[in-house]
Design a binder for this molecule. Structure first.
Ligand code: 13P
Length: 251
């Protein structure tokens, strides 16, 4: 009943020309996929040309960040209305790279979640522990706090539009994937938190996707886990061949 979401986070890669070439290839290779949602999240500079290229396809568009204001004197920032205007349906918030390099707090991320929802953008809320936190046995505590604080004030109706992405920081760009068991365990924990907050039916309907060194050769095992409802792919989403294989997992 949860439609898998297979998403690519391109991070700070791809010129406009490269971005168009990549989505043109994906449009062809993924044209027959109807049983899962496919999403690409290019850098801001490529959003408009990618949106134009994707018209009429089964691939959706998302952004990698927003600023939580509708407009104003915020030099260098991008508002939710601008993202909607350019054709975005999703936006990634709370990615660990933003938490780490730009010192984003749960409270700030919570404001992004609210403003995205107000404008009809579906937030993909990223949570995940660092290696030190896992080694100290604190991963559940850390992720619980992130989920609770980033979703503060989000209603039972609104949560249906939210996707939670579990991305253990130690697995991002390192080639170290969480084992399917480790990932499943945390996804189950996140679903339990959602159940406490919103009840069982809503928790069962909310998608929790996994990110962190997802590759063609580990995606099948990850996707077999009952609480893994899709993937958020970094490096392997930058090539049509590997992202296609990941989206089509187990076919
Ligand atoms: P990698 O797939 O490159 O590890 O990146 C994961 C990620 O951060 C997706 O948001």
């Amino acid at each position: 009943m949860r439609v898998p979401l297979m998403a690519g986070n391109w991070k700070m890669y791809k010129s406009v020309g490269e971005a168009i070439a990549l989505v043109q290839a994906l449009k062809e290779s993924l044209a027959d996929i109807a049983d899962r949602e496919i999403l690409v999240c290019p850098p801001f500079t490529a959003l408009y040309p990618v949106a134009e290229t994707l018209k009429g396809s089964n691939i959706e568009l998302g952004a990698q960040n927003i600023y939580p204001k509708e407009e104003g004197a915020y030099t260098g920032e991008i508002s939710p209305t601008m993202l909607v205007d350019v054709g975005c349906r999703y936006v990634i918030v709370g990615h660990s790279e933003r938490r780490q390099h730009f010192k984003e707090s749960d409270e700030f991320i919570n404001r992004k979640v609210h403003l995205a929802l107000e404008h009809g953008l579906r937030p993909i809320l990223c949570v995940g522990e660092t290696l030190e936190e896992r080694e100290a046995g604190h991963e559940v505590e850390v992720v619980t706090k992130q989920v609770q604080e980033c979703l503060a004030g989000v209603t039972g109706e609104e949560i249906k539009e939210v996707v939670v992405a579990y991305e253990p920081v130690w697995a991002i760009g390192t080639g170290l994937t969480a084992t399917p068991r480790q990932a499943q365990a945390m996804h189950e924990t996140i679903r339990d938190i959602l159940q406490d907050l919103y009840g069982q039916e809503t928790a069962e309907a909310t998608r929790i996707i996994y990110g962190g060194s997802v590759k063609p050769d580990n995606v099948d095992d990850l996707m077999r886990e009952p609480d893994i409802d899709g993937t958020l792919v970094g490096g392997a989403s930058l090539k049509a061949e590997s992202f296609t294989r990941i989206v089509k997992n187990d076919e």
